[in-house]
Design a protein around this ligand. Structure first.
Ligand code: PA5
Length: 473
């Protein structure tokens, strides 16, 4: 396993490479030196006062605790541990999904048991009745472990799905056995899920105090599913700890997380670059873009600044995947509005290499491929796309992972988390709350008659008129 630092390259944002109205001069980057020091000092103090506990997750006891619980469950369930169903949404699921997609076999669930390092892994996120009912057809209750993850225990989606699975399992395997086959990851002290877990007497893990869902991937939240499917969580945290050293330097030009925040902030606020694309050239990293999308959107998309001023902050994060999106979104990125900064995630050495056979030599359309590896092809396509984008005046940042392994994935998560809290202070918004999400949750409570919320929906949306002339047919 290569345990090298990921490389951050912003050459193609700077005016010496990028001839464009949305490039940056190096002096513009450097103009953030003082601001960087100020924000760095704030973050360092908050960390010291334990107000930003996500920073210290690489050094917590979480991995040990997860391994202890995971090992005892494996021993207790033995051959019966065939499936792990993780129920959660948003910050409670996206980190686990990104982590396991990055580090498991691409068709992990389809592998025969002897080739898998743990149970098959499923995530129930949505409340789509067809999807959830569909899970009944593939999950044998006797052979399924459930991990319900909800910090609050009052989020409608995971709790509805949990209640459904609780009933389904109890009907088939009885209450005692069901309780043996559930782990609840929730707030360590309070909240509905903690109360239910206490009532049921089931095994629990914790979402650490002060760590919001989207910053929780390196806690029990992401580590438990990862450990259960055989991911080396110690090396994951080792990678995160390396990034801690790199991303807590107060010198802007040495700190990739601060630089990335500054570049995105500057392009957004000074050049109207309203969108931030994350485009890994790797299927394994595709879900990292989805995790990043939530991290950026919920953390920085805010109406109010910390001062109370209305700011409507936040760039729109966009998921793209290379090479697939070369046949989709790239047309827009190259020729559409100058409103995007594109980050390409490159993998220097894939875990496999495949040679394209030299067939159909008379057909020029394919013969040139013969003898090259898929690795060479994806690298060539990535370089070609970056070049084409830059030639069209579009800023591109390249982040290179020496390899996809637990060490580099740990680095990537940590890098983006630090970038996000740092960017929060550039925008002067609270990157740790999500009032926009809460509002939607409350309207739902109101529509379904939750006590204390009855009037909200009727008073507000219930009065909005829908004119049938605007509805077809
Ligand atoms: O990042 C966040 O804080 C949110 O996305 C939450 O994780 C999400 O709303 C789910 O909340 P809970 O874990 O309380 O069910």
């Amino acid at each position: 396993m290569i345990k090298k630092q990921i490389a951050y390259d912003y050459n193609n944002v700077l005016d010496k490479n990028l001839k464009s109205q949305i490039c940056m001069e190096h002096e513009e980057v450097q103009s953030y030196t003082e601001k960087t020091k100020q924000v760095h000092n704030i973050l360092t103090s908050l960390r010291r006062e334990k107000k930003l506990p996500f920073y210290d997750l690489p050094y917590s006891k979480d991995a040990q605790e997860v391994k202890k619980l995971g090992t005892s469950i494996k021993a207790a369930m033995g051959e019966d541990l065939q499936n792990l169903l993780v129920i959660g949404i948003g910050g409670s699921s996206l980190g686990g999904i990104a982590l396991t997609q990055a580090l498991c076999h691409p068709f992990y669930n389809l592998l025969p048991g002897s080739m898998r390092k743990g149970p098959r892994l499923f995530f129930a996120e949505n409340i789509d009745p067809d999807e959830i009912k569909g899970l009944f057809d593939v999950l044998d209750p006797e052979k399924t472990l459930i991990n319900i993850i909800s910090k609050s225990g009052s989020t409608a989606e995971p709790m509805a799905n949990f209640l459904i699975f609780q009933n389904y399992m109890i009907d088939r395997i009885g209450s005692d056995r069901f309780k043996q086959q559930v782990v609840a990851t929730t707030d360590p002290a309070k909240g509905t899920m903690r109360e239910i877990a206490n009532e049921l007497g089931i095994k629990t893990l914790k979402v650490p105090m002060g760590v919001g869902g989207r910053f929780s991937v390196l806690s029990h939240v992401g580590l438990f599913p990862a450990y259960m499917v055989g991911i080396d969580i110690d090396t994951l945290l080792e990678g995160a700890a390396l990034m801690d050293k790199v991303c807590t330097q107060n010198e802007l030009l040495k700190n990739p997380a601060y630089l990335n925040a500054v570049i995105h902030y500057h392009l957004h606020t000074k050049k109207a670059v309203n969108m931030a694309v994350l485009m890994p050239y790797s299927t394994a990293l595709a879900e990292i873009s989805v995790w990043y999308r939530q991290l950026l959107a919920e953390s920085l998309g805010k109406t109010y600044a910390l001062s109370g001023e209305v700011v409507y902050a936040g760039q729109t994060p966009i998921k793209a995947v290379g090479a697939i999106d070369q046949h989709s979104q790239i047309q827009l990125y190259r020729e559409g509005p100058f409103d995007k900064v594109i980050t390409v995630l490159r993998v220097k050495k894939f875990n496999n290499s495949l040679t394209i056979p030299p067939l159909y030599k008379k057909h020029e359309g394919v013969s040139y491929l013969g003898g090259h590896t898929l690795n060479e092809l994806i690298e060539a396509e990535e370089k070609a796309t970056v070049h084409a984008l830059v030639k069209s005046g579009r800023p591109v940042i390249e982040i290179t992972l020496p390899e996809i392994n637990p060490h580099t994935i740990g680095q990537l998560f940590y890098f983006y988390e630090v970038q996000t809290v740092f960017a929060g202070y550039l925008y002067n918004v609270n990157s740790l709350d999500q009032p926009g999400v809460e509002a939607g949750k409350q309207y739902t409570y109101s529509m379904l008659g939750r006590k204390g919320f009855e009037k909200l929906w009727k008073d507000e949306a219930g009065t909005a008129k829908r004119d049938t002339q605007y509805i077809i047919p």
